[in-house]
Design a protein around this ligand. Structure first.
Ligand SMILES: NC(=O)c1ccc[n+]([C@@H]2O[C@H](COP(=O)([O-])OP(=O)(O)OC[C@H]3O[C@@H](n4cnc5c(N)ncnc54)[C@H](OP(=O)(O)O)[C@@H]3O)[C@@H](O)[C@H]2O)c1
Length: 282
């Protein structure tokens, strides 16, 4: 049985990847910047490492053949050294990329997700790319407003997104890591339907048993908030520009989750019910 290393193992997606690999009988390690007791499921070993310091990775990768990789930065600056370390040690990487990556564009036109795909493709590694649309977990960014005021102030309420449940991304990742036959695949992963942002907010309200109101925020105000949290103006403007298009042209829906796992992707309503506590007053 392969040794697996899960990078991002404490995050929304990675924690479910870890659980599925462990249930699949794998020898699972979790990369952690600060390994903490009790943070991981039984049977999963934490290994210290930091993607920002690629020299830390060789020890974490000793004995590992397959890796789940996500990239927690908005720049690919450290990625060449990280991909080199993966290629020196492992055989296959399953990389959490983005639906925005297009094969007809040059790598440098595809943002950091595309640059990292390109580095992996040019390495000796086998790879599977999970090109994910928006994660449903992005809406946790509204949780404070919902808890305290019962309102979401955000732009583009009519923008329809096919947000995906983190468990469905993890389910595909686990199949790609546990089974043969996924090398070279570029899976475009979405939820089962496109739901407007205003309807997402309504569904969160239904899940918590309290109405939640949508209040349209001018995009310039959202830009200020996003700049404060993301810092990268080009990335912020790219995101806002993309969301603006989704009112007229809803995000596409794929059925790849079901094709790979045999189970349909979960709806946004299911995601909201599962996360109701995150949006409810303490
Ligand atoms: N949000 C979207 O709509 C979307 C769309 C497409 C792709 N993606 C990709 O999905 C990823 C987010 O997934 P997620 O929501 O599961 O992540 P998340 O919940 O934000 O968690 C991030 C994980 O990365 C780890 N991490 C952060 N910095 C690290 C470092 N320097 N070295 C090693 N590990 C580090 C964190 O570990 P600790 O903090 O515990 O160390 C944590 O486990 C992003 O990287 C993005 O590229 C997102």
């Amino acid at each position: 049985m392969s040794g697996f290393l899960v990078i991002g193992a404490t995050g929304n997606v990675g924690r479910h990847v870890v659980a599925r690999l462990r249930d699949g009988g794998g020898d699972v390690r979790a990369l952690a910047r600060r390994p903490a007791a009790g943070a991981l499921p039984d049977g999963v070993h934490a290994v210290q490492g930091d993607l920002a310091d690629p020299r830390t990775l060789d020890a974490a990768l000793d004995g590992v053949t397959k890796v789940f990789l996500l990239w927690p930065f908005l720049s690919a600056e450290a990625a060449p050294a990280v991909v080199d370390a993966l290629a020196r040690n492992a055989r296959h990487v399953v990389y959490l990329s983005a639906m925005s990556v297009r094969d007809d564009l040059k790598p440098e036109e595809n943002g950091f997700w595309g640059e990292i795909e390109h580095l992996i493709e040019r390495s000796a590694l086998d790879w599977t790319f999970l090109r994910v649309g928006g994660l449903a977990a992005n809406t946790l960014g509204w949780a404070d407003q919902i808890r305290t005021e019962g309102v979401v102030r955000w732009p583009y309420g009519a923008a329809a997104r096919s947000l995906i449940h983190e468990r469905d991304v993890a389910a595909v990742a686990a199949r790609a890591l546990l089974d043969d036959g996924h090398a070279g695949a570029k899976y475009v992963l979405t939820g089962p339907e496109a739901v407007t942002q205003a309807d997402q907010v309504r569904l969160i309200g239904e899940a918590i048993g309290r109405p939640v109101r949508w209040e349209e925020l001018p995009p310039e105000r959202a830009r200020e908030q996003l700049l404060a949290s993301w810092g990268d103006a080009a990335f912020v403007d790219g995101a806002l520009g993309y969301w603006a298009t989704l009112a007229d042209r809803p995000e596409p829906v794929t059925h790849t989750v079901e094709q790979v796992t045999g189970v349909p992707a979960r709806t946004f309503g299911e995601w909201a019910r599962e996360h109701a506590r995150d949006f409810s007053p303490a």
